[in-house]
Every structure is written in structure tokens, then in C-alpha cells.
Design a protein around this ligand. Structure first.
Ligand code: PRX
Length: 690
């Protein structure tokens, strides 16, 4: 929805078009010390996982799991592109993450929880303790909530161990968890409750963020109300307490609907719940992600293939050993956290750190103090965090006595200068770095160096992972050759075990979004005819390394988090004075990209400043603070084609200080100059005019 009356052209300002290009960099080699201890040292790995051995190569990953019934077929391609992995097999995710480790690792730390208030000491959850808590919670979900395999449950939890305990308790029963990022608004949560058909919401009273104990219960009430308005009734709201036994929210509990988890759990003390053997293809969880239309997509991930893929990639790419202390600073509410804070590390019996708060609280040295105190040796974060930590405290890492062997970057392109700081200062010149490219839809990494085998090249995500065969297509479906210096649409030719099964409740949208564009023959049952389209622009260098330029669609990647421009525009249009809204990505020094909003108002006498404030509030309410625009420009009119389409390309160019190109074909070319003046005045410190 570009405006309140007509659809606009949506493909005119995208991230790949405003990508910053950097020159080819020198290679960096992994140290001998790293190589000597690495999980994957076989130089033939890519041949072993090559097309001649596909799909059986992925047995290697499936063998990292414990199956209660062995699978009989690796890949079933009977109904493209709805691939089936490890069919006939049965397994339970919770059993694989916990029970099977007890004999050897019972009292080893599974999670170490670091609260934001620094005076609170770290809390260790051993595998034994996790086992007890997950069983009790599973009993509660089954007997108090009446949940059974295949039901969906929405979680809206912040970064405390209550979140993985709840996820694993669901998985123990075969209940499909759908965790909504804790920073999303109650409204966002409500629409995901409705889409998934959850009748139970699991939330919390409060959590710490930047020194404040934030009221989160209020979001549960908004979520339930939103879901009800959309036609989905919620029977029960379970509220964890940040401080068990104490209620930390000013928002009242609703009698008969809301229950404190810590109270109810007492009835289930010491209960054991038999892990339910799930079909390999049974959905494990939903993870909503933004797309081209306003409605977020419920990416549905399967049990067997997903777990196999995160186990394999955690072992070979993250180089996780059971003896490692691994800290991924992402939020479990994103796919990175599901795959590489919870499932991957636990499948390998590692120790995974959960940090509640802001990395720079109370000061920028905090992450490095945590690393020193816990003896973290594998570190995983986003370029946005790297840039922020560098800007605020370039010398801080050297002041703390930790040593990483391995570091990851994920979520956005990392520019070579930030990469070098990460390598020199955070890694102290000794840690290997993997720049991992993948998406919510993918389950796990798709491009990265294999850390002991491939040289690192700053600014490039590296070659494809073993068993992944990418191809770059141009708009006409022709292959863009490596080393050609040209960019195109990044696609993957083959299925892999981590790929999502479908979009929850919308098979057609799944096919249309990812497969329709480059499908060679819709009747074919041969996977070679069904390349997966990622939605990213990319280039491949002569050496085979991929450089990801950014989204080619209407998605903006803010601090490595995906936001749909259409979702933001819809939020803006809820403000009554706003007649038209257009959102464009803008390059930001820290966050990579941020949204700029342009609005044109309906006739009337309004104060631009007040409307702009309402637009910002509307974005906060509809999506969450993460979607907050950098600027709201109130403009006299939108630049439009003669057929009435908003030219986002022009707005994107103005926001990014770039050349607007040829505007002579616009229906209202003179407005471009007016818009430029609005933008210039506002950026010079002026208030929105109007
Ligand atoms: O544009 C790509 C970018 O993040 C998008 C996926 O976002 P999301 O589904 O939220 O998952 C983020 C974590 C996996 C991609 O379409 N992206 C992700 N990793 C990289 C990246 N861009 C460049 N380099 C990366 N390493």
C-alpha cells in the first residue's frame, strides 16, 4: 500500500542499489593453533559435499543427532519445492539437546546467564538443571495448558533462560513454538498469535534494558487484545517473573486468564515428561520474518533437517566443541539465536552464554569483561555491534584478559575497516573470523569460510558452505559469471536440510516468493529445476568468494534485523493526517541501514512537527522501537510517475545524498526540488515544517 488509494511501484529504492562498494582485500590466514584444534580439517570437504555426493553428503550432519527411529531416505523431492528431509526418521529436539548429554556432561554448564545489572553474579544452568526445568515446564504445558504435538504456542520473551527452557519444553512435547522478538510491540505479537493460531501466550513481567526494568506484561495485554480483534482467542497467558515470587510489573494480572509460571510450576515439581518422538518432517518452530508485503511470513522449520543442519554448521563453521564457552550476542528472538544460541550449541553439548541487556551497558567495556569473567573463547555478533563498540571504545578489548579462538559476524555486510578492527582488537590478531551469510528462511549458514581451511577476506562472506551450490542470476535468468564484476540475484541451486518447509498456512506464497522467478519447469520433480531465490543482490569474485550487497526487494536490514518497508508504511498510514507514505533505506554509519519516512498530508491545517511525532509513535506501536525512522519528512507531494506511482528511487537518492538521476519523466518534476529543500532544512537542525 503506497498510499490510501492506490498501489505504488515498490521496487525503486533498495539496499543493493545503495550498496557501498569496497575494493578487493588481502587474504588473512587462520593460525596454526586454530587449525590444530579445529573440528573440520579435511581439505576434501567440498568434494565430499559436492554435487556427485548430493544429497547423501548430509548424512554426515544427520549422524550428529540421536534418532529414535532411523530415517530411510535422505531427500524426498516428490513435491517440489516442498522438499522432505530424512523421511521415515523420528527424533525429539529436547532429547537431543539435553537428555543424551546427561551421562557425560550432567553437571557441565549448558547456559550461563548474565543479567544486565552487573552486580548480579552470572547464573549457571547445568545440563542436569536444564533437564529438570524443561521437564517441569513441559508437564505444565501439557497438563495445565492442554497442549499437545502440533499445537502452536506464541512466546514473547526477553533474553533470560526462561526463553530456551520454554522452547525446549515445547519441543519435548512436539508443540510448535513461535517466539516473537521481545523488543517487538504487543501489536506485532498479537498479529503473530493470530497468524499461527496460538491459544496460549507465554510472556514475562519485566526485563532489564539499558539500566531500566522494562514493563513487558503490558505488551501481553495489547497482544491478546490485538489477536482477539483479529479473531484469535487466547485462553491463557503465562507470565514468567524476572524475579521469581515477586511481580515486577505495574500492569495488573487478568483473573482467570493470566497465571504466574513460577506459581503453577510448583504443582509439577520433579515431574518427568517422556520426550515425544517426532517425525523428522514435523514442524519444530515458526519464526516470523518481514517480506515484501505487509504481513510477516511465518517461516516454518522442520525438526530433523533443521537440527541436522544447525548441528553440522555449529560443528564445522562455528567450530564448537563441548569444552568451549560460546557467546552469541544476538537475541534468541531472531533466527540467529534459535540456531546458534540454543539448538546448535546444545546439540554439541557446549556452554552457551545468554546476556540479558545492552552490550554497552553500563559502559562499552562490558562485553569484554563478560568474556574475561566467563572465559568465553568463541564470540558471535553483528557488524552493527562491531561498529558501535569500535566507535565508543576502540581500545577497550585490550584492557580485558580474554582470548577468543573464533569470531563470527552475521546479518549485514561488514566493511573491511570494521572487519580489521574486529580482527586486530577484539580477536587480538589471533582469532579466526567467519562472515556468515544466511537468512531466517535458511535455518543455518549458507556462505562462509570453513575456518581452518579457507583464507579470510575482509568484506566478503566467503565461498558457499559445503553442500550449498549458489548461482547468481540476472533479471533475465542468465547466470552472472564469477569475476565479471557484475551483480545479480543470489540464488541457491539445491535444497539443503535447513531450508524452511513453507510459510505457515500459505504454501502458495512460499512458492511465489522463493521459487517462481527462476523455476525452469513447474512440472519437474528434479531439484535442479528449482533454484531458491534469496532476495539478496550479490557479486562473486574470481576466487569464488561472494560479496552480499543487500536486499533487492522491499526489505530494510536495520542493525541486521529485517523490516518490511511496507509494514512501516502501513504503520505511518494509521496516522489520520497522513495521506501517502514512502519508506526508503538510508546508509547509517552504525546500523548499516535505517528507514527514512516521507509523508504527504491530507488537506488541512496541521503542524508538521506534531504529525512527525505521531508517525514515529505509530511505528513504535505497530512494530517496535527497532522500526523507528531516522527522519520523518513531511513533504508537499510525492514524486510520481505519470501513472501515479511513487518514485521511491528519487526519495532514496535524496536521503542518501546521491544523484536523483533523470526526473524529467515525472508527472511533477518540480516537487523534487521542494523535497530536497525540506530534507536540507530538517537535516540542518530545523524542525519539520508545515
Ligand atoms: O540481506 C541479507 C542480510 O540479512 C538478510 C537476512 O536477514 P534475517 O532473515 O533477519 O537473518 C539474519 C541472520 C541470519 C539477508 O537477506 N545478511 C545476513 N547475513 C549477511 C547479510 N548480508 C551480508 N553479509 C552477511 N554475512
Amino acid at each position: 500500500m503506497a498510499d490510501k488509494t492506490q498501489a505504488g511501484d515498490r521496487t525503486e529504492a533498495n539496499e543493493a542499489q545503495i550498496a557501498v562498494h569496497w575494493k578487493e582485500e588481502q587474504y588473512f590466514q587462520p593460525s596454526k593453533a586454530f587449525i590444530d584444534q579445529a573440528n573440520m580439517r579435511d581439505p576434501n570437504i567440498r568434494t565430499r559435499f559436492g554435487e556427485d555426493n548430493f544429497p547423501d553428503c548430509f548424512k554426515d550432519y544427520a549422524d550428529m543427532l540421536t534418532w529414535s527411529t532411523p530415517y530411510d531416505k535422505v531427500l524426498d523431492t516428490n513435491n517440489p519445492p516442498f522438499w522432505k528431509w530424512f523421511t521415515g526418521g523420528k527424533l525429539n529436539a529436547s532429547y537431543n539437546c539435553i537428555d543424551r548429554h546427561l551421562a557425560q556432561y550432567r553437571n557441565k554448564a549448558a547456559f550461563i546467564f548474565v543479567a544486565e545489572p552487573e552486580e548480579d553474579p552470572p547464573v549457571v544452568l547445568t545440563y542436569q538443571e536444564l533437564y529438570i526445568r524443561v521437564n517441569e515446564m513441559a508437564a505444565l504445558l501439557r497438563d495445565f495448558c492442554g497442549l499437545k504435538a502440533g499445537d502452536r504456542v506464541t512466546l514473547h520473551l526477553p533474553m533470560t533462560p526462561d526463553l530456551p527452557i520454554t522452547m525446549l519444553a515445547c519441543a519435548r512435547l512436539g508443540v510448535i513454538h513461535s517466539q516473537v522478538f521481545g523488543g517487538f510491540s504487543g501489536h506485532s505479537c498479537g498479529s503473530r498469535i493470530e497468524d499461527s493460531g496460538s491459544r496460549i501466550l507465554i510472556s514475562t513481567d519485566a526485563y532489564w534494558r539499558s539500566g531500566k526494568l522494562i514493563d513487558h506484561k503490558v505488551n501481553a495485554d495489547i497482544a491478546v487484545q490485538t489477536a482477539e480483534e483479529m479473531g484469535q482467542h487466547v485462553d491463557k497467558v503465562l507470565i514468567w517473573q524476572r524475579y521469581p515470587g515477586k511481580y515486577s510489573s505495574p500492569t495488573p494480572m487478568v483473573k482467570g486468564r493470566d497465571f504466574f509460571v513460577n506459581d503453577v510450576l510448583k504443582q509439577y515439581a520433579g515431574k518427568y515428561v517422556e520426550p515425544v518422538p517426532m517425525d523428522s518432517e514435523a514442524p519444530l518452530f515458526l519464526m516470523y520474518s518481514s517480506g515484501t508485503t505487509g504481513k510477516p511470513k511465518g517461516c516454518q522449520h522442520r525438526t530433523g533437517g533443521y537440527l541436522a543442519y544447525v548441528a553440522g554448521t555449529s560443528r564445522y563453521i562455528e567450530d564448537i566443541h563441548p569444552t568451549d564457552t560460546y557467546w552469541c550476542m544476538a537475541d534468541i528472538g531472531w533466527i540467529t539465536g534459535h540456531s546458534y544460541i540454543v539448538y546448535g550449541p546444545l546439540l554439541l553439548a557446549a556452554t552457551s552464554v545468554i546476556y540479558e541487556g545492552t552490550p554497552t551497558y553500563p559502559d562499552v567495556r562490558r562485553p569484554w569483561r563478560i568474556a574475561e569473567r566467563l572465559g568465553v573463547n568463541i564470540f558471535h555478533t553483528s557488524p552493527t555491534a562491531v561498529r558501535a563498540l569500535r566507535r565508543l571504545g576502540p581500545d577497550e578489548p585490550s584492557k580485558c584478559n580474554y582470548q577468543f579462538k573464533h569470531m563470527t559476524t552475521v546479518g549485514e555486510p561488514i566493511e573491511p575497516s570494521a572487519w580489521r578492527w574486529y580482527y586486530d582488537e577484539v580477536g587480538k590478531g589471533q582469532a579466526v573470523i567467519v562472515d556468515t551469510w544466511w537468512q531466517t528462511e535458511n535455518g543455518g549458514f549458507l556462505c562462509s569460510t570453513v575456518p581452518a581451511l579457507d583464507a579470510m577476506k575482509p568484506g566478503s562472506a566467503g565461498p558457499a558452505l559445503p553442500g550449498i551450490y549458489p548461482i547468481i542470476y540476472d533479471d533475465d535468468g542468465e547466470e552472472v559469471a564469477k569475476g565479471s564484476g557484475r551483480a545479480g540475484n543470489m540464488c541457491i541451486r539445491n535444497p539443503w536440510p535447513g531450508i524452511m518447509q513453507t510459510i505457515w498456512g500459505n504454501d502458495q506464497r512460499f512458492v511465489d516468493t522463493y521459487y517462481k522467478r527462476y523455476c525452469k519447469n513447474p512440472q519437474s520433480k528434479d531439484w535442479r529445476d528449482w533454484p531458491y531465490m534469496s532476495g539478496d543482490g550479490a557479486m562473486q569474485a574470481e576466487d569464488g568468494y561472494f560479496r552480499i550487497l543487500g536486499r533487492i526487494d522491499d526489505v530494510i536490514n536495520v542493525s541486521g534485523h529485517r523490516l518490511g518497508t511496507k509494514e512501516i508504511e502501513s504503520a505511518c498510514l494509521t496516522v489520520p493526517e497522513v495521506a501517502e507514505a514512502a519508506v526508503v533505506p538510508v546508509v547509517d554509519e552504525i546500523k548499516g541501514r535505517v528507514p527514512d519516512v516521507y509523508v504527504a498530508l491530507s488537506p488541512g491545517d496541521y503542524k508538521a512537527e506534531e504529525v512527525a511525532a505521531r508517525v514515529i509513535q505509530a511505528c513504535d506501536d505497530a512494530i517496535g522501537k527497532i522500526a523507528r525512522p531516522r527522519h520523518v519528512y513531511v513533504v508537499p507531494d510525492m514524486p510520481k510517475t505519470r501513472s501515479g506511482k511513487i518514485m521511491r528511487r528519487v526519495l532514496g537518492a535524496i536521503s542518501n545524498g546521491a544523484d536523483v538521476g533523470d526526473v524529467t519523466t515525472l508527472a511533477n518534476a518540480s516537487v523534487v526540488e521542494d523535497i530536497r529543500v525540506v530534507v536540507r532544512d530538517q537535516n540542518a537542525g530545523g524542525k519539520p515544517q508545515g
